[in-house]
Design a protein around this ligand. Structure first.
Ligand SMILES: [Zn+2]
Length: 302
């Protein structure tokens, strides 16, 4: 069951109760108090697993962004997410393996109850529920990981007053979609999508400028002289021209940082204030309206 509700007209909050048009009263069990100071907008009432859930839209003013003093680059691969620049470098494992564990449990259970004549697992509610539980668990692991990791990255950038440069992952996701779909590929796609989303979200929340950069060749050209790098042992690369030897992830981070700095015009030593429109393609920052509310349009909340 889903119901759209308009504030004051079809629902209102009164003390510990939500009153819904038609004389229904629902006791509030709990809610996220962090947004209490913002007025209530439209709401959606849902009934799920024996509970009513009321989702209220809020208009929260956008945090204005600072002028970055440098760039924190983010590079992702299947196993790790590496973030840093010429000075710092951090790495965190992805949650793929942990999530994969639950996908495999779901699959095992499904196979165990699948027979050629009829699929018993389909008919048994309990088993179906457990299979669903494992799939959801896998997705939640990825979501939690993306949320947590992106917050850590955004907070680090804010501490140093840096902008975040992240690769535009769209092309990578498209390429993954062409592969034969298995659980691992699906989890990779989910991870990249969630990570991109949550990095942008955390940056928006904390006022960290974000710069999407072209992902091409970030781990195959020299960050010093742009020559094509040659393999030099396990995950290590060497520049035939300037002699730079570094591991693949380090190279990627340096290249992404370099591209970010170029886009910010910081590389030439002149601290030009970045112009907003080229810095983000996700949430266009309107010039002259730094604290424009981020909610949906219209003035129905006044
Ligand atoms: Zn070089």
């Amino acid at each position: 069951m889903r119901l759209w509700l308009t504030p004051k007209l079809s629902y209102r909050i009164k003390g510990n109760y939500v009153e819904v048009l038609g004389g229904y009263r629902l006791r509030i069990v709990g809610w996220d108090r962090r947004y209490d100071q913002y007025p209530n907008g439209e709401a959606r009432l849902m009934y799920k697993d024996g509970k009513f859930l009321l989702m209220i839209f809020k208009r929260v003013p956008r945090t204005s962004k600072y002028t970055p003093k440098g760039v924190l680059a983010v590079d992702v691969n299947e196993k790790e997410i590496v973030f840093g620049n010429g000075v710092v470098r951090e790495r965190r494992e992805t949650a793929i393996e942990r999530a994969l564990h639950y996908k495999k449990l779901a699959e095992k259970l499904q196979q165990k109850y699948s027979f050629s004549k009829y699929n018993a697992w389909r008919r048994r509610k309990g088993i179906l529920r457990r299979i669903g539980h494992f799939h959801r668990k896998a997705c939640n692991i990825i979501e939690d990981w993306a949320k947590k990791t992106s917050l850590e990255i955004a907070e680090l950038a804010k501490r140093h007053q840096h902008a975040i440069a992240r690769e535009d992952l769209t092309g990578l996701i498209e390429k993954l979609r062409e592969l034969p779909g298995d659980h691992k590929v699906a989890l990779l796609i989910l991870s990249y999508r969630k990570l991109a989303f949550w990095i942008d979200w955390q940056c928006e929340k904390l006022g960290v400028p974000i710069i999407p950069v072209e992902p091409e060749h970030t781990s195959s050209i020299c960050p010093n002289c742009s020559s094509r790098l040659k393999g030099n042992g396990y995950r290590r690369l060497k520049c035939p021209r300037c002699g730079l030897v570094e591991d693949r992830d380090r190279i990627a981070v340096l290249n992404i940082e370099k591209r970010g700095l170029e886009l910010l015009n910081l590389s030439g030593g002149s601290l030009t204030a970045p112009t907003a429109p080229q810095m983000t393609d996700v949430t266009p920052n309107r010039c002259g309206e730094p604290s424009r509310p981020s909610g949906r349009g219209g003035g129905q909340f006044q």
